[in-house]
Write a protein that binds this ligand. Structure first.
Ligand SMILES: Cc1cc2nc3c(=O)[nH]c(=O)nc-3n(C[C@H](O)[C@H](O)[C@H](O)COP(=O)(O)OP(=O)(O)OC[C@H]3O[C@@H](n4cnc5c(N)ncnc54)[C@H](O)[C@@H]3O)c2cc1C
Length: 442
């Protein structure tokens, strides 16, 4: 079996490890140079949250013990208000449930190193794929063509392979861009390498229509991301001088600004990234399959894009066992079973944007989170929406979305009606939640 993987990013590198485990010949073609030699993305530290769906794939491959030491556990959201006060809202029901901040470059490089340990895996850098002959399973590059038995396209949201599939009538796609973009900044480590904010939290400065977040890095720094409208009165377009950018941060994020000595330099050097939801279908053209962001890129507000892409690889691997290398069948079953779940996480991620930027400050929302916490710690089979999405890979995204939203509607209405959640009968609430669960299962 000769497998071509187009794109050696997060999904492509993990998939290479999966394919190597089957002892296939694996050829990974990556557009960029080898970051292990030239550094990642100009040396900026960019991190992302790894959670149980991603970790399940790493455990399945027996590599979680190599990857998790590169990560920092984040046990909850630390909400920063305008006055600089903080409130901690735990993500999980106890110490065992947390998400992990990990360097994007570090993770990618670790996965490439693990894949390359296998003698049948070869990475080709600075090798952008230009086209694919889907009938013949041939990938085209500038100086050569590559004949494969199967091709996996993990070339990210702007996938060339997907564009070719669309042009040739195999696939349809659509991208909805948000009016918001993002920019990465940095809170460096303190003078002795110490963390200047709580190390085990995902920090959020929620300001209704925009927000700032910060995730810790192993070296004591935090990667800070500003999500803001692209156009308008207070927008990336309007913050066009150092004075205006500083004034904006001074007004809305003074405590964070105080920790950013290189603020102006970072702000004007780092680009504004676009945010969008890409939906496409079908994902298969004969023996070529789109996976990860190439098939379903989402906005980052649930921290699930990479986790969903790792879950793609995990689920595909199980189907290869089940259908014994009948690739057209495997790809058909994969896409028809997976699509509803990637659509669901795309919707959940958009919903969470609203929750993160303008609900986390609400009294009712914070009350609901406390009620959920009580319920989760009293009844082992109750899981909040966040918990289903983040900590329970056995619950498909599509179920988490429907059940989670019904639960939230019910719990929020209870919290609006009471002054103190201790007035509420937990047993009665639990029974009603069980009924909801049964209705959704039907
Ligand atoms: C601001 C932000 C924050 C995020 N935070 C999180 C988070 O906290 N948790 C989470 O789970 N997800 C997060 N995500 C989403 C996550 O980054 C993506 O879902 C993930 O990177 C998808 O992996 P991928 O391998 O499919 O695509 P990518 O990581 O984009 O990799 C694609 C690779 O293909 C290569 N390539 C492109 N074109 C070609 C070509 N023609 N030929 C060969 N190679 C090519 C690229 O160079 C790249 O290496 C975030 C995304 C953003 C934008």
């Amino acid at each position: 079996m000769k497998v071509a993987i187009i794109g050696g990013g997060l999904a492509g590198s993990l998939l290479a490890v999966y394919m190597a485990r089957r002892n296939y010949e694996v050829h990974v073609f990556e557009k960029r140079p080898d970051s292990r030699k030239v550094g990642y993305e100009g040396g900026r530290s960019i991190n992302l949250a790894l959670s149980h769906r991603g970790i399940r794939a790493l455990q399945d491959l027996n590599i979680a013990n190599e990857i998790l030491p590169l990560a920092i556990p984040m046990r909850g959201r630390m909400i920063h208000d305008l006055q600089g006060n903080t409130t901690f809202l735990p993500y999980g029901k106890d110490e065992t449930e947390y998400i992990n901040s990990i360097s994007r470059g570090g993770l990618n490089e670790a996965l490439m190193n693990i894949a390359e340990r296998h003698p049948k895996v070869k990475f080709y850098f600075e090798c952008p794929c230009l086209d694919v002959d889907f009938e013949q399973t041939i990938a085209y590059f500038k100086e050569f063509n590559f004949q494969a038995d199967v091709i996996f396209a993990t070339d990210g949201a702007g996938s060339v392979v997907r564009q070719k599939m669309v042009q040739k009538g195999f696939c349809q796609d659509n991208t909805d861009f948000l009016a918001h973009g993002y920019k990465e900044l940095e809170i460096p480590a303190g003078l002795n390498g110490e963390f200047l904010l709580d190390k085990h939290s995902l920090h959020i400065w929620a300001r209704d229509s925009f927000m700032l977040i910060a995730l810790p890095n192993l070296n004591g720094s935090f990667t800070v991301t500003l999500f803001l409208q692209n156009e308008g009165d207070e927008s990336f377009a309007s913050l066009n001088t150092p004075h205006k950018a500083r004034g904006f941060f001074q007004k809305y994020f003074p405590d964070a600004l105080a920790l950013m000595p290189d603020f102006e330099e970072d702000f004007f050097r780092n680009p504004v990234g676009l945010l969008g939801t890409l939906k496409s279908y079908p994902w298969k053209a004969h023996r070529t399959l789109l996976l990860g962001d190439a098939a379903h890129a989402i906005v980052p507000f649930y921290g699930q894009g990479m986790n969903a892409s790792f879950e793609d690889c995990y689920l595909l691997d199980k189907l290869i066992d089940k259908y014994n290398q009948d690739w057209e069948k495997i790809f058909e079953v994969y896409q028809s079973t997976r699509k509803k779940d990637t659509d669901a996480i795309a919707d959940l991620a958009l919903e969470n944007f609203i929750e993160m930027r303008d609900k986390v400050n609400d009294d009712e929302f914070q009350k609901m989170r406390k009620l959920e916490y009580l319920l989760e710690n009293t009844y082992a089979d109750y899981h909040s929406k966040y918990s289903m999405v983040t900590f329970h890979p056995e619950i498909p995204y599509s179920v988490a979305k429907i059940l989670g939203n019904r639960q939230n509607e019910y719990l929020l209405s209870l919290c609006q009606q009471c002054k103190d959640i201790h007035e509420i009968s937990l047993q009665e609430v639990y029974q009603n939640l069980k009924n909801l669960q049964m209705q959704v299962a039907e």
